[in-house]
Design a protein around this ligand. Structure first.
Ligand code: FAD
Length: 467
């Protein structure tokens, strides 16, 4: 067994863990980052398959935080593109701009449907001014804000596809955060007036993108960290030992070695439920029970490589309808020309699923065939254009906020906050619907908190490698 004694141990080399690691390394602290995957970046990595690059679902970088914006710009050293966002949604056998543009929607939906949307919206406004609605679920939230017709038409099917549960069982917290500050009026205001600098994040029409894919941010952070500290990839944390509510060490394993890494501070960005399961001695039964109730939604990415120059000019395309199994597609070349070899392009499809369900267990050939069939039916490609494909299964892509999750979540967090040297960060770690900027922010904040603490007394051997 290899024994390491590092001051700070970071579990997970997604953007949250890497951002924490970057701040701590730059401040001269000794850290070890442990990552189970062969590459860094977590959900924000870019896969390179024979020269075709793709993100795990196209990742655009936008933020309201100047601090995070500067952090990313500094890391990329100016090597980024500013890409216009132009997305569409397929409903009622037609494509509409996404977010909806009033004129496009009016002509596409027809006068009757448009009037019904407006009248349902007004009805909800009046009802709410008389008696505020009791909002529990995503359905309550959207109907109250946009009206019933808009919910049925625009939100219901896509949300149910993403989450895999009925909208009445999805907690309002997800949607309130996701479409923060958005009302029908603001959407219309945005569409017509485009108040510069005041746009709502969900609706912004430009974003930052590194030329080699979003994974470039994580790769750059890794480079900087590795100037003084190790990032152990392909290495999985298996157990987390503690005593008197203080984490003592983690046991991690790769195909060659078993590591026992001691530290004074531990930062975890791994899924919250897994963290609870790895504690030794084991967490109390009620905490383990609460962890078993929290769920994540998983994702399959199917990239189909084509012998064609270009298929669309769009950023994303959304497919809410149940009859189409994929939820969203994007063409990476529209994000950066470097994403595909010259003369070729690829389409990347996202399938939302649960680990172990029929889709998850489908073979790579089956998944490619489903994707090609539906892209063909939708008129994007011909089967004869397809030259290759690549499938990536992504566990724990979305924390699932079903109604009642909050109680389990609180129980776990109240227990974990007793550990004085354990810091929880990131999307899966904190069980939050974080975008990249929030994930990075959570890592940076924890790193800054640690830097404010007095330095621990030096152990006799800072880095001991033994047999
Ligand atoms: C389909 C999709 C599209 C998205 N699009 C956008 C977008 O356009 N813009 C945006 O800002 N955000 C987007 N996001 C969100 C963004 O991906 C996340 O906010 C961000 O990547 C989270 O980073 P993280 O470090 O918190 O978590 P993660 O990336 O999940 O990192 C956690 C890391 O921990 C590792 N790990 C887990 N268990 C262990 C273990 N036992 N031992 C060692 N390592 C372990 C994992 O392998 C992983 O690398 C999207 C997410 C998805 C799923």
């Amino acid at each position: 067994m290899y024994r390491r004694n590092r001051e700070i141990v970071i579990i997970g080399a997604g953007l949250a863990g890497l951002s924490a690691g970057f701040i701590l390394s730059r401040a001269g602290r000794q850290i070890t980052i442990i990552e189970k995957d062969p590459t860094v970046g977590g959900l924000s990595k870019t896969v390179n398959h024979r020269g075709f690059r793709f993100d795990l679902g196209g990742h655009r970088f936008i933020t309201r935080s100047k601090k995070i914006e500067h952090f990313v710009m500094d890391i990329l050293k100016g090597d980024f593109l500013v890409v216009p966002r132009k997305s569409k949604i397929y409903m009622l056998n037609r494509y509409f701009y996404y977010p909806l543009r009033p004129i496009n929607a009016l002509f596409g939906l027809g006068l009757h449907t448009t009037l019904k949307i407006i009248s349902d919206y007004c009805k909800e406004r009046v009802k709410n001014s008389l008696k505020p609605a009791n909002i529990i679920s995503l359905e309550d939230w959207v109907v109250t804000l946009f009206g019933r017709k808009m919910f049925n038409l625009y939100f219901r099917e896509y949300s149910e596809k993403v989450w895999g549960v009925d909208c009445r069982n999805i907690s309002k917290e997800w949607v309130a955060r996701r479409i923060e500050g958005l009302s029908l009026w603001s959407a219309i205001k945005n569409a017509f007036l485009k108040f510069s600098g005041k746009e709502i994040a969900t609706l912004s029409d430009k974003f930052i993108y590194p030329p080699n894919g979003i994974g470039q941010i994580a790769d750059r952070l890794r480079e900087e960290i590795e100037e003084g500290n190790p990032v152990l990839t392909n290495t999985r944390v298996m157990q987390i030992y503690h005593e008197d509510f203080s984490i003592r060490d983690v046991i991690a394993k790769n195909c060659k070695y078993l590591y026992d890494v001691k530290g004074s501070e531990f930062i975890s960005s791994m899924p919250l439920t897994n963290l609870v399961l790895l504690l030794q001695p084991a967490a109390p039964d009620d905490i383990l029970e609460a962890a078993s109730q929290l769920k994540y939604r998983d994702l399959i990415i199917v990239a189909v490589m084509l012998d064609r120059e270009r298929v669309t000019d769009l950023t994303w395309m959304y497919f809410p309808e149940k009859g189409i199994p994929l939820g969203r597609i994007h063409e990476p070349k529209n994000w950066s020309p470097k994403m595909a070899p010259e003369g070729n392009t690829h389409i990347v499809a996202e399938f939302f699923c649960f680990k172990g369900d029929t889709l998850w267990n489908s073979s790579d050939e089956e998944l490619t065939s489903i994707t090609v069939k539906h892209l063909g039916k939708l008129g994007f490609i011909n089967e004869s254009d397809v030259i290759d494909s690549c499938i990536v299964r992504v566990p724990n892509a979305y924390p699932l906020f079903d109604v009642g999750y909050w109680e389990h979540y609180n129980k776990i967090m109240n227990y974990l906050k007793n550990f004085r040297n354990l810091h929880i960060i990131g999307r899966g770690g904190k069980f939050r619907y974080y975008n990249m900027d929030h994930a990075m922010e959570s890592g940076i904040e924890v790193a800054e908190d640690i830097l404010r603490k007095p330095l621990p007394e030096k152990e006799s051997e800072p880095l001991l490698v033994g047999a």
